[in-house]
Design a protein around this ligand. Structure first.
Ligand SMILES: [Mg+2]
Length: 426
């Protein structure tokens, strides 16, 4: 509102004397120019509002065609967003206060306008209408935001939340108000120390940002990136907190997929050569460091695999590889490292396993592989596996040393007629 602009006033007052007084007061004031249009009934006022724009409505409640609070309510409907200032009779303060609830922004007692009172009340009502409009605009912007926005008081109790908060958490803004946001969506995936650290930061007046796993109203979990800012008053005291929440579940899942792609063989789902060599090196170092720690390496090769590809096609070859990988995974413990090193060449690193465990596992695997039957139009396809086994030794200089022993044992198993396990003599 520009203070130099003329303020367009619609005065609705059936008493000519009162109307004259208002016009006179607004004409005299030094604080701005007022252009007053006078009407004597609500009907007339409606015609005026339809015909030209006004900034403010001065409303007498007792009119020929309307009486009391009904006048405020009707005027509110007609005037849309234009602020209404009620002109009340002397000793009618209680009633004037009720008028505020019905939609007026302020009231003035007729005859008590003072030197500049009426002009000031009009100016305040315009300022307030402008602030309300701006407030509504900001709320609309926050509500349109894609991220969840939540405002709490200093005790971390929600006083406002936007629509995106509702979509993210499953709790409508109405349900959320009055609750603590962490309690509402706590999944138990973060420990007490996590929240203590968060609060220590916030109470020190600092921004906090982090990722957490939260729980929706329906019980499902999601990854959230949360940023919290404390809001301070003029004295520097924290009065509110503003939380911005983003659902990063898709990004997290993508990261996990990429991690998996980078570490596994796409056809069989077994670890790839790179991961296998890393883990072999770790196990070798552990065997060298810990006096009684043992580990075994199995090298596995599918017998006459090339013939399967040649005779039955690559699709059947792939089916055989997948069936073999499934048996390998089923026989491996979580700490083992079953890997496809390339083609029909596989390895399993048995962490913490001694010779007896390893032999039992290798034999079980060999028998199960021999039982694989893949259907094909040319007849059932079967496969066997040859296995070379070697223990990791404390004086192995690197992973290649044990790889070499297991490879020689595998060669020996092949040489001795395949479909068997051979244990390295070294
Ligand atoms: Mg009247």
């Amino acid at each position: 509102m520009n203070p130099r602009e003329t303020i367009r006033v619609l005065l609705v007052e059936d008493d000519a004397g009162d109307a004259h007084l208002v016009k006179m007061k607004l004409g005299q004031t030094q604080s701005g120019r007022f252009d007053v249009t006078w009407t004597q009934s609500l009907n007339e006022a409606q015609r005026c509002l339809a015909a030209s724009p006004f900034d403010v409505l001065l409303l007498d409640l007792s009119l020929p065609d309307s009486e009391g609070l009904a006048t405020v309510r009707s005027a509110r409907e007609m005037a849309m967003d234009i602020p209404i200032v009620v002109l009340s009779g002397r000793g009618d303060t209680d009633f004037a206060l009720t008028a505020l609830e019905a939609g007026a922004v302020d009231y003035m007692v007729k005859g008590d306008f003072g030197y500049d009172g009426l002009a000031r009340v009009i100016r305040y009502s315009l300022l307030r209408a402008e602030m309300e409009a701006r407030n509504n605009l900001l709320i609309a912007a926050l509500d349109a935001a894609a991220n969840g926005v939540v405002i709490t008081d200093k005790a971390a109790i929600i006083i406002w939340a936007n629509s995106a908060f509702g979509r993210l958490t499953g709790y409508s803004p109405e349900e959320a108000v009055g609750n603590n946001p962490n309690q509402l969506t706590k999944s138990g995936m973060q420990d007490a120390a996590f929240y203590q650290d968060m609060w220590a930061n916030l109470m020190a007046g600092q921004h906090w940002r982090g990722e957490l796993i939260n729980k929706r109203k329906d019980g499902s979990l999601y990854h959230e990136e949360l940023s919290i800012a404390p809001v301070k008053n003029g004295a520097g005291e924290i009065t509110h907190f503003i939380g911005i929440k983003e659902d990063v579940t898709e990004r997290k899942e993508l990261e996990e997929q990429l991690q998996k792609l980078a570490s596994t063989d796409p056809l069989t789902g077994l670890f790839n050569r790179r991961v296998f060599l890393e883990r072999l090196e770790q196990e070798r170092a552990k065997v060298a460091r810990l006096p009684h720690y043992v580990a075994v390496l199995l090298m596995l090769d599918l017998d006459f695999f090339k013939r399967i590809n040649d005779n039955y096609g690559h699709a059947t070859g792939d089916a055989v590889l997948k069936a073999f990988a499934e048996i390998t995974l089923n026989n491996s413990r979580a700490i083992d490292v079953p890997a496809r090193l390339g083609g029909e060449e596989f390895a399993i690193l048995l962490a913490g396993a001694d010779k007896n465990d390893a032999m039992a596992m290798a034999e079980r695997l060999r028998e199960q592989v021999a039982a694989i039957v893949i259907d094909h139009e040319l007849g059932p396809v079967q496969i066997t596996v040859s296995i070379g086994a070697a223990t990791l030794l404390a004086d192995d200089r690197d992973g290649d040393a044990v790889l070499h022993r297991a490879d020689s044992a595998l060669y020996e198993a092949k040489d001795r007629g395949r479909n068997q396990t051979y244990w390295s003599c070294f």
